[in-house]
Design a protein around this ligand. Sequence first.
Ligand code: 6PG
Length: 256
Amino acid sequence: MTTTSTTSVRVFANSDLVSAGLDTFIEQQSQEAINARGVFNVAVSGGSLPKILSKHLVNNPHIAFDKWHIFFADERCVPLSHPDSNYLELRKELLDRLPLSRQPHVHTMNQQHIHAPATAAADYQQQLHDHFKGVVPEFDVILLGMGPDGHCCSLFPGHSLLNEHHLYVASIGDSPKPPSKRITFTLPIIHRARKNVFVATGQGKQEMLFNILHRPEMKLPCQLVGPAIWFVDQTAAALLPSSPSSTPSSFNTPKL
Ligand code: 6PG
C-alpha cells in the first residue's frame, strides 16, 4: 500500500476554491499515473462529489481524459438514467460536457442486475478483476464524500459490511440513506488505493468533520479508511482547532 502515513487537511475559502484545488491535484495525479502506467484509475462517489469535482476539471485542457478509467466507489441499484444514479450525476457534470474525443472509459454497474444487488456487486467485482488483470485492484485515487453520520461509499456506521475482509465490492439492501439497495467498495479495496481523497463542504459537515479528525475512538467508516487527503472549505472546517483563515492552506493530523 502506498498511501501516505498521515492524514492531511486542505482548507479552502469556499467550495469553488475546493473545486479549483481538486482540479490541480487531480491533474497532477492523473499525469503521474499516466506517465508511470499509461492509465489513470480513479473511483468516484455520489452525493455532492461529482459536481464539486467537475466544476473546474471539465475545462482543464491538460487532462488526458481518454486515458482515464472511471469506476464508481458506490452505486445505487437503479437504472443509469434514474435521478438517483451516481453514474447519471457524473455524466451530467462531466462526461456530457467533454467532447467525444476526450471521453474517459467509464465502468458502470451491469444494468441486467439492478434488481439483484448481490449479483450486481459480484459482476462489478469481476469488472474490476478483468480491468486490473487479476491482480488486487489498486486505484490511483478514490474520491470519497462524507455523510452526516460519518459514512463513506455505502459503508455505514455499525454496519456488518465494515467487517468485510474478502469482497472488494459488496451489496447492501438496508442503506439508511435512500435508495436502500446499493453496491459499494469495501474497506479492503479502499485500503489498497494509492490515495484516498475526501471532499466535504458546507455547514452540514462541520461537526462530523471535527469528530472524524479528532475523535478517532468513534471508529466511523470515514476514519476506518485510514490516511487520506481532505479537501474542505472553511465553513466545513470551522470547528477544527487552528482552522487557518488564509486560503488555501493545509495541515497534517496524526494518523487516524
Ligand atoms: C452515495 C455516496 C455517499 C456520499 C455521501 C456524501 O452515493 O450516497 O457515495 O457516500 O458520498 O453521503 O454525500 P454528500 O456529499 O451529498 O453529502
